[in-house]
Design a protein around this ligand. Structure first.
Ligand code: HEM
Length: 373
């Protein structure tokens, strides 16, 4: 894995997202970090990384996220009251999806979309539906031969869904751009979060901002909401850890106080729980890399252009769970073993370092065999 990733140098390549790119090309739109490649990808990432990757930069978004979390609490209480027993929240995964979309949009668009309101605004609901429709139709578009596009409805539905996603985002971006321009004209320094930074630093065109924000949103919502859903599922089954986590959180942030980013740093169990959730229920269980040069790994020669599929060894889903009893518990000590083994370079390469640093434990059979005696 390390060898394969070292050879890729400055411009790593995944399988190309052909159908996503086709939409951008057909509509004359710019690609974002998921679909762009090579030097242009690198340029995008240099701008997008700032104010997004470092934990210290999360401070910038603490207030807005706390506001969304407060709304989630009100929303969940309303949902409980609606249930016949007065305590059940139905369709937790969907509630968390709405929360993640609201939270990430509030940073990326600097606008509250109303996903946690009792009645979601019609335009926001259209946008949410379009994201779901795009993914649903993409499955067919990806699997079917191109000639079926003329005779089956999937391709057009797929394009239309993307169009709605982009149109919705573009409107919010244009609105913010107008405000920034007006503020600059009045000699004011535009204040804002991520979108203001992207629009006012002039390193990206407005089309590039639009393409990037759409892809950040698509990449960020399911990943975070499903990780939260699996965390709650796991904690519901493990009362001991649930209780320990509750005590930790209450110890750092007593009832009635709003947590700060520094508080989160004082919650090691919370961090461990999230890491273990990602190990047991990885939301991105498969990734890929394309060899940008010839590479020899363990004596095997892989020519330039060879595709590698990277799978998480510990992928557990509900159907699979009972066959994987050994792995179905949180094992916090594994992370100590990673440290003890001095696997720092392994961790870096397993963590797929292009965007996240928490994603350790990608499948590497030999190393994992060592970790599980
Ligand atoms: C539990 C949370 C998350 C997990 C497990 C996760 C996982 C991943 C993985 C495995 C990749 C592939 C990296 C590679 O190929 O090297 C990726 C890429 C990406 N993720 Fe995440 N992600 C999460 C949250 C987010 C969030 C919140 C955002 C944005 C707000 C985001 C935006 C992206 C983008 C834009 C890429 C493409 C990066 C590039 O190729 O330049 N992700 N993510």
């Amino acid at each position: 894995m390390e060898k394969m990733m070292r050879q890729e140098g400055k411009y790593p390549m995944r399988y190309d997202m052909a159908e996503w790119k086709e939409h951008r090309t057909l509509r004359g739109l710019a690609c974002g970090p998921l679909t762009e490649e090579g030097e242009r990808w690198y340029h995008l990432r240099q701008v997008l990384n700032k104010r997004m990757l470092k934990p210290a930069e999360a401070v910038l978004y603490a207030d807005v996220i706390n506001e969304v979390v407060s709304d989630l609490m009100v929303h969940l209480n309303n949902e409980r009251e609606k249930s016949p027993s007065g305590v059940v929240v139905k369709d937790v995964a969907n509630q968390l999806y709405r929360f993640a979309l609201e939270g990430i949009s509030s940073i990326l668009f600097e606008t509250r979309l109303g996903c946690l309101r009792k009645q979601i605004p019609a335009k926001t609901q259209d946008f949410i539906n379009s994201i779901g429709r795009m993914f649903k139709n993409f499955v067919f578009v990806n699997a079917l031969p191109k000639w079926t596009r003329e005779v089956l409805p999937f391709w057009n539905r797929y394009l239309e869904s993307w169009d709605t996603i982009f149109a919705f985002g573009q409107k919010l971006i244009d609105k913010r751009m107008e405000e920034i321009t007006a503020q600059l004209k009045d000699g004011e320094n535009p204040k804002g979060e991520y979108l203001t930074y992207l629009l006012s630093n002039e390193k990206l065109s407005i089309e590039e901002v639009s393409g990037s924000v759409a892809e950040l949103l698509i990449a960020g919502v399911d990943t975070t909401s499903n990780t939260l859903a699996w965390t709650l599922y796991h904690l519901a089954k493990d009362n001991e850890i649930q209780n320990a986590l509750f005590q930790e959180v209450m110890g750092v942030v007593p009832k009635g106080q709003i947590p700060t980013t520094e508080d989160v740093a004082r919650m090691p169990l919370l961090k461990a729980v999230i890491k273990e959730t990602l190990r047991l229920y990885p939301v991105v269980p498969i990734n890929s890399r394309v060899a940008v040069n010839d590479v020899i790994i363990e004596g095997y020669h892989f020519p330039k252009g060879h595709s590698f599929e990277i799978e998480r060894e510990n992928h557990v889903d509900l159907a699979y769970l009972k066959h994987k009893e050994r792995d179905s518990n949180y094992q916090f000590s594994l992370w100590e073993q990673v440290k003890k083994y001095s696997l720092s370079s392994l961790a870096a390469f397993l963590g797929l370092p292009t965007m996240e640093s928490t994603m350790i434990f990608v499948s590497l059979r030999r190393e994992l065999a060592e970790l599980y005696p």
